[in-house]
Design a protein around this ligand. Structure first.
Ligand code: ATP
Length: 521
């Protein structure tokens, strides 16, 4: 059984680190434990200096007299100024606060908020080591609450404690408490028309946010129209998207189309249709193994990325993109930590579609003698074991243009449910893609000779077909007439498709894929 924070404190671990974005919740936990164990609680932050929690539950500034005596006093009129004429000195600096920890024996709990940037200082590091090696009888507990900036040396000194992500029940509590608090404080009448299903949906949508973030998102949608209803769900999703967009290496992607907007891919579409609902309780009860993921390998510009979005749209699940490029960090150990965090966050947000675009770019050097000191190999290893072990409803969609650059372990049976090869579109698929893009530009496909256009675009990928229509529209606009077949044919004749420019590579790719992959179309 994993240790609880309380048991770590009780067993007198001198140094505990809690790395989290949810500082408020971490402090709340520590407060509860200090109360339960009747231990004095001190808190240090760069802005407020050192403070002690008094019996009434308010933080009072702490002053030092001779360097060893701690004196607590109430700030005058709410200010943190030292009283005039006083011989005491407020403890503002990290070094002074840690000196108190080392020199005063009071079995207290000390929380340090965001010590990370200060912990690069040699004096601070020395004091932390001293605090960690005090004899047990003199020991206090130092808890470092940090959002991830602790230097590795310090991280290794401390016992890590993971406060985890809020569960669905906790998130529901957050929604209810936020609603009640706003209703109590507001002069305006606040209403809620959330049904049980909408509440479940809302709580699912809040997954992956900290308690504090979830509270803010819920409060912001309530304040928009002084009510909480099913209609707020898109706004909650947007707020979450913007919050996550600014944090970490997972990006939440808006889905603005359906699987019908993707031309071709008949095989893949049928495969996806069959597995839709594979995460449901009913499917589990039937004995189905939930789908784990697909790898899409193929010719550039043929719609692989589009497919990742289409799966999310078709299965009604949020889409998260993991950009492995942003995981790499110049500090040793940081990249692996970021990768673990990203995967943990995806787990917290599950059910989700997790999309890793151009997977070969991130992990390519894992296949050969890498120039990055084995980092990409280790990162790749973590990803593989995660893929194998996780039990969350996460469907992984990985896309790649160049499979030869990928380590062969990725292709081993059991990692992905299927490896699809995305080839250049067939003539029928080209007709389909052309009509999709004509409709998107408010043109009626029936007015065009799609058979002729498909013939004129042999060897084109989806992106080039779209470009041909866009270019043709400019031509028609310049002539001052409606878009016609001839404009599109002319634009096509001017295009040198990638399949010509890269013909050798595409042949190679096809040869490689023919007996290893399933055709997407
Ligand atoms: P890359 O490997 O270069 O990232 P890709 O295979 O992921 O390419 P997309 O980025 O999905 O290709 O495609 C680029 C654009 O081309 C899409 O946004 C879409 O507008 C159009 N497109 C490509 N394939 C299709 C298709 N099958 N159906 C409809 N549109 C397509």
């Amino acid at each position: 059984m994993p240790s609880t924070l309380k048991s770590l404190v009780q067993s007198r671990h001198p140094l505990i680190s809690i790395e989290t974005r949810d500082e408020e919740h971490a402090i709340e936990l520590v407060r509860e434990i200090a109360k339960e164990l009747s231990r004095p609680l001190f808190e240090w932050s760069m802005t407020a200096g050192m403070r002690q929690l008094d019996k009434k539950g308010t933080w009072q500034s702490v002053a030092m007299q001779t360097g060893k005596t701690l004196k607590v006093f109430t700030p005058i009129a709410g200010s943190d100024e030292e009283p005039e004429g006083s011989k005491t000195k407020l403890i503002k600096k990290a070094v002074d606060a840690l000196t108190v920890v080392v020199e005063v024996s009071n079995s207290a709990m000390y929380v340090f908020k965001d010590l990370g940037p200060h912990a690069k200082d040699a004096h601070v590091q020395r004091l932390l080591r001293d605090a960690a090696s005090l004899p047990e009888t003199r020991r206090s507990t130092v808890i470092l609450v940090d959002s991830g900036s602790l230097p590795d040396d310090v991280r290794q000194l401390a016992v890590p404690y993971d406060i985890g992500w809020p569960s669905l029940e906790e998130l529901e509590q957050v929604v209810k408490q936020t609603f009640s608090r706003i209703r109590k404080d507001s002069l305006q009448e606040i209403t809620s028309t959330l049904t049980r299903r909408e509440m479940d949906h809302l709580v699912q949508t809040l997954r992956g946010l900290t308690r504090t973030e979830a509270e803010r998102v819920v409060a912001s949608v309530i304040f928009q129209d002084f009510s909480l209803s099913g209609e707020d769900l898109p706004a909650v999703l947007d707020a979450k998207r913007s919050l996550l967009g600014s944090a970490g290496s997972l990006e939440s992607i808006a889905i603005d189309f359906t699987i019908e907007d993707v031309g071709g891919f008949e095989n893949l579409k049928a495969w996806l249709r069959q597995r839709r609902g594979g995460f449901s309780k009913k499917a589990r009860e039937f004995g189905l193994v939930p789908p784990r993921g697909i790898l899409m390998l193929g010719v550039p510009g043929c719609g692989k990325s589009l497919c990742a979005k289409a799966v999310a749209a078709d299965w009604g699940m949020p889409l998260l993109r993991l950009d492995p490029g942003v995981l790499y960090n110049k500090f040793i150990g940081e990249s692996e930590r970021q990768m673990r965090d990203a995967l943990a966050q995806a787990e917290a947000m599950a059910p989700v579609i997790l999309w890793i675009d151009e997977i070969e770019k991130a992990f390519a050097s894992a296949s050969g003698g890498s120039a990055d000191g084995g980092l990409s190999k280790r990162m790749f290893g973590s990803l593989l074991s995660w893929m194998q072990d996780h039990r969350h409803p996460i469907f992984l969609v990985a896309t790649a243009n160049d499979i030869s650059a990928l380590p062969p372990e990725l292709m081993r049976k059991g990692r992905f449910d299927e490896v699809f090869f995305v080839d250049l579109p067939t003539s029928e698929a080209r007709m389909n893609i052309l009509s999709i893009h004509l409709v998107r530009r408010e043109r009626d496909p029936a007015q065009f000779d799609l058979v002729q256009l498909a013939e004129a675009s042999n060897g084109f990928n989806g992106a080039e077909l779209e470009q041909a229509i866009l270019g043709a529209m400019y031509g028609a606009y310049q002539e001052g007439c409606q878009l016609e077949d001839r404009h599109i044919v002319e634009e096509m004749s001017k295009t040198r498709p990638l399949s010509v420019l890269m013909s050798e590579r595409i042949t190679e790719l096809r040869d490689w894929a023919c007996d290893r992959c399933v055709s997407a179309d």
